[in-house]
Ligand binder design. Structure first.
Ligand code: SF4
Length: 195
């Protein structure tokens, strides 16, 4: 784990560690105020239960609360963006697979701050293992959760399908903090969270 954290820092990411999801939620609520905030689709962020606290001090856009494309576009264009990751590789690369593109887009658009909230179950080995995790663990579980008609939702393995319901349409690998981003921060929580 130390090697991954060291490589994340070398790649320009700030890393902050938390023992619990409650401590990470406190940090988010205390450190983000008076901003427009976008949140990406994430089981981890749902588990933190932090939307209402952020919304009390910011203007927050999250399609898991207000469904629709428009709110996702507003989220992508917010000053601050919060999401999770499908995997973080040993080299300190952050991987996310997306279907609509809004979640990965939010990490790439010009931002004051992007925060990746991740449980330690997302930490992986070298890049091929991290990609394997994203494709064969995270994506099938998400397809099943979303009731998609894909082969992975049935057997839990990626078939690189051509289904109309395919949720894997973009892979973004952040090798480092994008130049457009003021601060890119990984909030590592020492619990298993999300997929
Ligand atoms: S490509 Fe298709 S089969 Fe593979 S994880 Fe994505 S939706 Fe499932």
């Amino acid at each position: 784990m130390e090697k991954i954290l060291e490589n994340l820092r070398k790649n320009g990411f700030t890393v902050t560690e938390f023992a619990t999801k409650e401590a990470a939620a406190d940090y988010l609520a205390e450190s983000i105020r008076g901003k427009t905030v976008g949140m990406g689709g994430s089981m981890t962020l749902g588990a933190l239960n932090v939307y209402d606290r952020l919304a009390a001090a910011n203007t927050v856009f999250w399609h898991q609360v207000t469904p629709g494309d428009e709110v996702s576009v507003q989220a992508d264009n917010a000053q601050v963006y919060i999401t999770s990751a499908n995997a973080i590789s040993e080299e300190g690369y952050i991987l996310n697979i997306d279907g609509r593109g809004n979640r990965v887009g939010g990490t790439l658009m010009k931002k004051e701050r992007v925060l990746f909230v991740v449980g330690e179950n997302k930490l992986s080995g070298p890049f091929p293992q991290a990609l394997e995790r994203a494709r064969n663990v995270a994506a099938p579980l998400n397809a099943k959760r979303l009731n998609k008609k894909t082969p992975c939702a049935v057997d839990g393995a990626c078939h690189d399908c051509a289904s109309p319901d395919r949720i894997c349409r973009a892979l973004v690998v952040l090798w480092g903090k994008p130049m457009w981003c003021g601060e890119a921060e990984v909030l590592l929580i020492h619990e298993d969270l999300g997929y």
